[in-house]
Design a binder for this molecule. Structure first.
Ligand SMILES: CC(C)(COP(=O)(O)OP(=O)(O)OC[C@H]1O[C@@H](n2cnc3c(N)ncnc32)[C@H](O)[C@@H]1OP(=O)(O)O)[C@@H](O)C(=O)NCCC(=O)NCCS
Length: 197
């Protein structure tokens, strides 16, 4: 199957704006990538291995091209101020037909506002929409998190991603430490839910 080129998309969700990343986001990404939790759980070992001063560019550059390669990578910004609050990604769109894999992070300064669950819910609703209405026509979106990452589990559940099981020793830290991970997924046909603001 050929990689689908995705149309860069903006979504609004309450006080949040989901939009493609821009080169101008690099300074805010540099700040985000000083957070030990983002580095540990979601930045990716290729980025973590770079010298600290190069991490923001190393993280951002592939994401500026991501939409052409079948990955819907959203910056999550405060709608009023424009401040970068985090990121939600639906990657590998249609690599398995009708499916994608989600990931997310929120800057330490923006935590406590349920930004990740609200943004993930908005991205999922868009992705489940029909392609004729500029959605992605997906049926299933999955995600995983290390069992010890309880905050991520709360985000997944709050955004309607049901727990499906445990993947043994799935996540490997740069140190080589392995973690059992929860597999969660949301289906287009799951009953509607209201994500608390
Ligand atoms: C996980 C993360 C995205 C959540 O950020 P957020 O959207 O600001 O989430 P909030 O702080 O609003 O918390 C959401 C819920 O999780 C709970 N929570 C947050 N951190 C928690 C923790 N360490 N342990 C247990 N519960 C936690 C909150 O109490 C809240 O619960 P509630 O909705 O019942 O009130 C953020 O902590 C983060 O970026 N972590 C590092 C990157 C990461 O782990 N990404 C996921 C990789 S799988």
């Amino acid at each position: 199957m050929t990689t689908p080129r995705l149309k860069p998309t903006e979504l609004k969700a309450g006080d949040l704006l989901l939009r493609p990343f821009l080169p101008a986001d690099e300074p805010a990404i540099a700040v985000a990538l000083t957070d030990p939790q983002i580095l540990r759980w979601t930045a990716g070992n290729a980025v973590v291995q770079l010298p600290a001063a190069q991490r923001a560019k190393g993280w951002l550059e592939p994401r500026l091209r991501a939409w052409t390669l079948g990955n819907a990578v959203f910056a999550v910004a405060d709608l009023a101020s424009g401040d970068l609050l985090g990121s939600v990604t639906l990657r590998d769109v249609h690599r398995v037909p009708d499916q994608a894999v989600a990931a997310y992070w929120v800057t330490p300064a923006a935590r406590g506002r349920r930004v990740a669950a609200r943004a993930l819910d908005a991205a999922a609703r868009w992705a489940f929409g029909p392609q004729s209405a500029d959605g992605l026509g997906l049926h299933r979106i999955s995600l995983d998190h290390a069992l010890v990452n309880e905050g991520s589990c709360r985000v997944a559940t709050a955004a309607g991603f049901q727990l499906e099981g445990v993947m043994r020793e799935y996540y490997v830290e740069l140190s080589g430490r392995r973690h059992d991970s929860h597999l969660h997924a949301r289906l287009a046909t799951d009953p509607g839910l209201q994500v608390r603001a």
